[in-house]
Design a protein around this ligand. Structure first.
Ligand code: OSB
Ligand code: MG
Length: 369
């Protein structure tokens, strides 16, 4: 494989409903789309999944843009590499910046699968064409609004409800959800809103028998999480600190948690996700695919990777219409009444890219040749 050019496009997409986590509220996404073209004119698409500011991880739209344009794309363009798996190594010299890397790397996987005429999910080694879906519901203005949102998603068929929590939106809120909906598959995601000083509160959540508690402690921690896990019954799910297969190995060794939310962007693309999935599977740690409020392109990549054997729990991969008035792919991602998505049979990501819609939403673009 030899990539001849990499085109980056920043689009602005307003969310259907704002999304609030313990680190802030988002109304509009600033998404970087990546189009790679090889020397034979084949193309592939990827998405950089960072946020609009460095609230979730240190990467954000402007930092990813300049890093991908000035550092990463030049490391890939014009280089001969055996296959998509080799693209990660081309960018290895650059430390970190995994979401920017993932945008380029996943695009190369799409290109390769398209050239082979196979669906990306199969090319990645996927085994389950039908994946199970959950939803992530942000912090709302009040509890009745949250209950209404949960009702809508349960009626749509989603198998698992994740609610965002924070010190002003935790015990009483979860209690109200349990009171209203009984023993649904329910979990909380704190996005690092607590410390070990909050141990009493975190212990008290055990009574709700949550399926898991995602990332209660600081974003870069796996040590205090091990201390916490030893003192609570609720399984801890790690998100933010697992940025590589090595991070996963260390967290498993330390018993920092029992489950991992695996995100392509956070670990640097499909090849890295495959390695994390393998380590977790071999150690009996379930993984599930997380989300970053992706457009259809990132969403399609999430669907493909979710078909791997180790992704055994419902992910945060849900229908396009929960996020966008009009997605940049066709057809939009849809979820069955049983709460599943079927990975498409077409080559590559298996969705058509709607260039006209991308152009309408574009604020800047650049081509690296
Ligand atoms: O912590 O999983 C998270 C969104 C943005 C940043 C971090 C997270 C999330 C979500 C949303 O939970 C998942 C989605 O619906 O895409
Ligand atoms: Mg999370």
């Amino acid at each position: 494989m030899q990539i001849r050019s990499i085109e980056m496009t920043e689009i602005r997409l307003p969310l259907v409903h704002f999304f609030e986590t313990s680190f802030g509220r988002t109304y509009e996404r600033r998404i970087i789309l990546v189009r790679v073209e090889d020397t034979e004119g084949a193309e592939g698409w990827g998405e950089v999944t960072c946020g609009e500011g460095p609230g979730y991880s240190d990467e954000w739209t402007d930092s990813a843009w300049v890093t991908a344009e000035k550092i990463l794309a030049p490391m890939v363009v014009g280089k001969e590499v055996e296959n998509a798996t080799g693209v990660w190594s081309l960018m290895k010299w650059a430390r970190g910046h995994r979401m920017a890397k993932s945008g380029i790397e996943t695009a190369c996987w799409d290109l390769e699968a398209k050239k082979l005429g196979v669906p990306l999910w199969r090319h990645l080694g996927g085994v389950n064409q039908v994946i199970e879906c959950g939803v992530s519901i942000g912090i709302q203005d009040n509890v009745p609004q949250l209950l209404e949102k949960i009702r809508v998603e349960l009626e749509a068929g989603y198998k698992r409800i994740k609610i965002k929590i924070s010190p002003s939106w935790d015990y009483d809120v979860i209690k109200a959800v349990r009171a209203e909906f009984g023993d649904i598959l329910l979990m909380g995601d704190a996005n690092s809103a607590y410390t070990l000083d909050d141990i009493d509160l975190l212990k008290s959540l055990d009574e709700f028998e949550l399926m898991m508690l995602e990332q209660p402690l600081p974003y870069d921690d796996i040590i205090d999480h091990a201390k916490l896990q030893a003192q609570i019954k609720t399984p801890i799910c790690l998100d933010e600190p697992i940025k590589s297969p090595e991070d996963a190995r260390k967290a498993i060794e330390l018993k920092s948690g029992k489950i991992i939310n695996l995100k392509n962007g956070r670990v640097g693309g499909h090849t890295q996700s495959k390695l994390v999935e393998k380590i977790c599977r071999e150690n009996g740690i379930p993984v599930w695919c997380g989300g970053m409020l992706e457009s259809g392109i990132g969403r399609a990549h999430n669907i493909a990777i979710s078909t791997l054997e180790g992704y055994t729990m419902p992910g945060d991969v849900s229908a396009s219409k929960r996020y966008w008035h009009e997605d940049v792919i066709e057809p939009a991602v849809e979820v069955s009444p049983e709460g599943t998505i079927t990975a498409p049979d077409g080559p590559g990501i298996g969705f058509e890219i709607k260039r006209d819609r991308i152009e309408k939403a574009t604020v800047r673009s650049v081509v690296i040749k």
